[in-house]
Design a protein around this ligand. Structure first.
Ligand code: B16
Ligand code: MG
Length: 210
């Protein structure tokens, strides 16, 4: 039996992806760069600067490093202000009850997120002190698909990768989990991804794993 679940945040516990999209879309529009929901799908689970690089693939000119940093900062300001209104009600369906039930079964629960805003989001949705370990974009050098975020979360729990499920909505997150030796559970966009060890159609189905 496994001993812990390490959860991705955005797209698994809470849906902030529409706010990411709106903020990136406003930046792309200001810069006259084509950007749509299909391109946005490639940003799932990917870090902020890497996301900007994907958007700039459609730009008609080359951007310097300072300009890139300024755009990423502006995107984050817009994104952060849209997070102000987040509440417990923004937890995704089944999350509250299922986490409680998993804890009741004795599992440790952790967060492994690429986001530098993860702790802010967790506070907003009433999970500021809930998880046994939180590792986010501020704690890592290499973003997903590198396994660093999950490896550090397992270390904080005092466990090895084979003791932990990683639950992800992004294919890049499943790749990260697999290269770290974790058992990868795919939800939403990552459900059905061939590299996922287990594919689920609802968060509450996690309760049936052991
Ligand atoms: P930030 P996750 C990821 O969160 C998002 O899925 C991704 O779209 C975003 O670019 C990344 O965090 C960085 O977010 O700009 O807030 O640092 O899915 O790994 O929880
Ligand atoms: Mg995600």
């Amino acid at each position: 039996m496994k001993r812990a679940f390490i959860f991705d945040l955005d797209g698994v516990i809470v849906s902030t992806d529409r706010y990411h999209y709106a903020a990136w879309k406003s930046i792309a529009d200001d810069e006259n760069i084509y950007f749509d929901e299909v391109i946005n799908n490639r940003l799932r689970g990917v870090g902020r600067m890497e996301s900007l690089e994907i958007i700039l693939e459609r730009a008609s000119r080359v951007y310097g490093q300072e300009e890139k940093c300024a755009l990423a900062e502006l995107k984050n300001e817009r994104y952060r202000s849209s997070l102000e209104g987040l509440t417990q009600d923004d937890r995704l369906t089944g999350v509250t009850q299922t986490l409680k039930a998993l804890r009741g079964k004795g599992y440790l629960l952790a967060i492994g997120s690429s986001s530098k805003n993860a702790r802010f989001i967790l506070d907003k949705i009433g999970y500021g002190d809930y998880f046994d370990a939180v590792v986010d974009g501020n704690d890592i050098v290499n973003g997903k698909p590198d396994p660093e975020v999950f490896v550090k979360a397992a270390q904080k729990l005092g466990l090895s990768a084979c003791d932990c499920y990683v639950v992800e909505d992004a294919k890049t997150g499943i790749d990260a989990a697999k290269s770290g030796g974790f058992t990868a559970v795919g939800l939403h966009d990552a459900s059905g991804y061939e590299r996922a060890d287990i594919s689920l159609s609802a968060f509450s189905e996690l309760f049936a794993l052991d």
